[in-house]
Design a protein around this ligand. Structure first.
Ligand code: PGA
Length: 254
């Protein structure tokens, strides 16, 4: 069976380089003891080099929280390109997080970011999720359109480098995750839409993660009952005791 993928989205944390190095070092130590779990840490850009171990890069993989939609350098003040990230050892890039969408990232820009990321040979973790739920189910239409819009204009070759993180926006930064039974339904829906874009075979292989108020107590149920391939973890990923317990709980799933 494929390893479960646990991605830590550190967001704009921690506030010092010393703390970032410590979180990475301790997370790497725990990751080295896991048998069936792959761990990715996504620190802010400036801390990335300090979080990559030259001696054992495979134990804790490192991701970025976004990447420029522009390819090949140029006059793009403030941007960081996917090729630069690859050059320093980054393997994953989160794309289309709801906090980026709220600041103006459209599906069209997100699709260009994914293109730049996958063309650089990195894995894009595409975040999707509805902002609210209504009783007549139109959130499914919203979500379907968001997935298709974010994957528009991408060649079939990109599909193998895309991971989908389903994150209902109302569950992010909250106290309660979505119920695992509902997560299972949503994961099936996400795969169905992915199949409409890239075909059935690609959809069988795509990894679907869940994110939104995941912590060490609910992580294992979300994976087993929710039938997802892994988790995208925000706050708990920079809380060392909690993240360590979460990783152990996930690795202990039969
Ligand atoms: P949270 O954030 O785990 O703190 O809810 C998840 C995310 O935004 O990816």
């Amino acid at each position: 069976m494929a390893k479960r993928l646990i991605v830590g989205n550190w967001k704009m944390n921690p506030s010092t380089l010393a703390e970032a190095s410590k979180i990475a070092r301790k997370t790497r130590r725990i990751s080295g003891t896991l048998k069936q779990t792959e761990v990715v840490a996504c620190p802010p850009f400036v801390f990335i080099p300090a979080c990559i171990s030259k001696r054992s890069p495979g134990i804790l993989r490192v991701g970025a929280q976004t990447a420029s939609p522009e390819e090949g350098g140029g006059p793009h003040t403030g941007e960081v390109g996917a090729e630069m990230l690859r050059d320093i050892g980054v393997e994953y890039v989160i794309v289309g997080h709801s906090e980026m969408r709220a600041k103006g990232d459209t599906d069209a820009v997100i699709s260009r970011r994914i293109k730049a990321v996958t063309q650089a040979g990195l894995h894009a973790i595409l975040c999707v999720g509805e902002t609210t739920r209504d009783e007549n189910g139109s959130y499914l239409d919203v979500l379907g359109a968001q997935i298709k819009g974010s994957l528009a204009d991408l060649g079939e070759k990109s599909a193998k480098n895309i991971i989908i993180a389903y994150e209902p926006v109302w569950a992010i930064g909250g106290t309660e995750a979505m119920a695992p039974e509902q997560i299972r339904e949503m994961s099936i829906f996400v795969k169905k839409v992915f199949a409409e874009v890239f075909g059935q075979e690609a959809a069988m292989k795509v990894k679907v993660l869940y994110g939104g108020s995941v912590h060490f107590r609910n992580a294992a149920d979300i994976i087993t009952i929710g039938q997802v391939d892994g988790l995208l973890v925000g706050r708990e990923s920079v809380n060392l005791p909690g993240f360590s317990a979460l990783l152990k709980a996930v690795d202990a799933i039969a």
